[in-house]
Design a protein around this ligand. Structure first.
Ligand SMILES: [Zn+2]
Ligand SMILES: [Zn+2]
Length: 339
């Protein structure tokens, strides 16, 4: 299949998270993704492939600056990175992802998860639920650099223990230590989208990387891919500092002293590899009383992470309630102490 149109009736196909196929909602047909296969390879650091897709439209969001990709026939209404509809078609060069974790969570389920999440926000204003029903969820494939490496770390430092003798004199014991070890790092994710931080990515939890598929633009049917904001080199630097910090922490954590002085470690990065992947996220942007909020739903697991407005009155009444309760306890304590 080299188009995103239904071979039976000519209507636009969408990728179905429920079936993992291309689905035609007009004639109720399913079509398999061409040559679907598992992605098990990574590049050695520094290796790209460029987009040369005739199947893909690229456009630019004039509001947040994102470069986005969709299939040619899609009607893209809003930017999945900021919610704006100020979009312009461009022919920017970007990179073909190596892999993609296809959506498993349908828009319907994502919307349900969003409502449930709002319901649990104790301080969210009551009218927010109605507003959330507008359901402006966009299916976004967010770009991520996915790294592996081995490390060899050597370290040295001085452990200090102090004790006090019977006369109150402090005795300091110095314990020089050193060591070396190897570590393995696999599937360390570094966001390439400046609007979705590494923290947000982590909070969204498991993305099912063991189900990573070889990229095929057909997965974009009904969804939008966001282009990279951070290139491989800047992301690689972040990955290296992440790994160095982890190894340095590991080196220190094996030594139990009152404190550690003049610690130094050196981490050698061996065999760094990466691939460039798309991870599925349902993005919801809404405004409430002229303030903008965003909420993300993991398109693989359904985990929700985001910000919700807080109602001043709910917080006020809650605090008042606590204040009263504390007051009553104090009064009771006072009277009981007088009996
Ligand atoms: Zn059809
Ligand atoms: Zn935007």
């Amino acid at each position: 299949m080299n188009s995103s149109k239904c071979p039976n009736c000519g209507n636009v196909l969408n990728f179905s998270p429920d079936f993992g196929t291309l689905y035609c909602e007009y004639c109720d047909s399913n079509f398999n993704i061409d040559h679907e296969s598992q992605l098990n390879t990574k590049h050695n650091y520094n290796n790209f492939v460029k987009f040369d897709e005739t199947f893909i439209n690229q456009f630019h969001c004039n509001s947040c600056g994102s470069n986005l990709s969709s299939i040619k026939d899609a009607k893209v209404k809003r930017c999945p990175n900021c919610g704006s509809n100020d979009l312009a078609i461009t022919n920017n060069i970007s990179f073909v992802p190596d892999g993609v974790v296809p959506f498993k969570i349908s828009k319907k389920r994502a919307t349900e998860n969003f409502y449930n999440w709002i319901k649990k926000r104790k301080f969210a204003p009551n009218d927010l639920k109605k507003l959330a029903k507008l359901g402006k969820l966009s299916g976004l494939y967010t770009p991520v650099w996915n790294f592996d490496c081995s490390t060899f770390t050597t370290y040295r430092g001085v452990g200090i223990d102090e004790d006090r003798d019977r006369n109150g004199n402090v005795h300091t014991h110095r314990h020089p230590f050193s060591g070396k070890f190897n570590s393995e790092y696999k599937d360390v994710l570094m966001t390439a989208n400046k609007r979705i931080s590494n923290v947000t990515l982590n909070q969204l939890g498991n993305f099912g990387l063991n189900e990573l598929k070889v990229y095929n633009p057909q997965y974009l049917c009904g969804f939008i891919g966001s282009d990279i904001d951070f290139d491989i080199h800047s992301s690689y630097k972040n990955f290296v500092s992440f790994v160095e910090n982890k190894d340095s922490f590991k080196a220190k954590s094996g030594h139990f002293y009152d404190r550690i002085e003049s610690f130094s470690s050196n981490t050698e990065i061996l065999n760094p590899k990466f691939n460039y992947i798309y991870l599925p996220i349902w993005a919801n942007y809404y405004s409430y009383k002229n303030k903008n909020y965003s909420c993300y739903i993991n398109g693989y697991s359904g985990t929700v992470k985001g910000k919700a407005p807080k109602s001043f009155w709910k917080i006020f009444l809650f605090s008042l309630g606590i204040g009263l309760a504390v007051g009553i306890v104090f009064l009771l304590a006072y009277f009981i102490s007088r009996i």
